[in-house]
Design a protein around this ligand. Sequence first.
Ligand code: THU
Length: 160
Amino acid sequence: MKEITISTKIKVYESAKELPAEYQKLLESARAARDKAYAPYSNFRVGAAVLMGNGAIVQGANQENAAYSMCICAERTALGNAAMQHPEVAVRAIAVTVKSDKKAIAQPVSPCGACRQAISEAEDRQGADMVIILQGSEGEIYVLESGKALLPMGFHGGFL
Ligand code: THU
């Protein structure tokens, strides 16, 4: 028997002012993207923004549906928009933030499992990791080196 330990490194920033300038701008864009959410059912507005290798920023926000399982998360909306608007350009970083009509969210939002899988496959597709920047509606900001850091032991195309 042997044991494997998987660890995740997270950089914790107390405020956006401590982030590198390009990540501050990206997080600001993710905040603005929340206003483009369609979230009449959850009233939980998620904004995402991706920084492309050519310097462009592409936004996404959650898009809900009365048939709940059809809801599309902000992260996947942003990645889809990026693939359409800048084909062949790698995503360098993705910032995600939230705004709830019910309460302040002081801890960094955590992408759902499906979005972790999509981010991980986008990394495989482009052959490079993307930096993950997470904030709630306020409070600390988490920065991770890759989507894979959020999804250890993920399923991938290599199994097929
Ligand atoms: N949501 C996201 O947009 N991203 C996530 O990673 C988690 C959840 C959305 C889906 C739904 O519209 C709302 O948040 C509540 O689950």
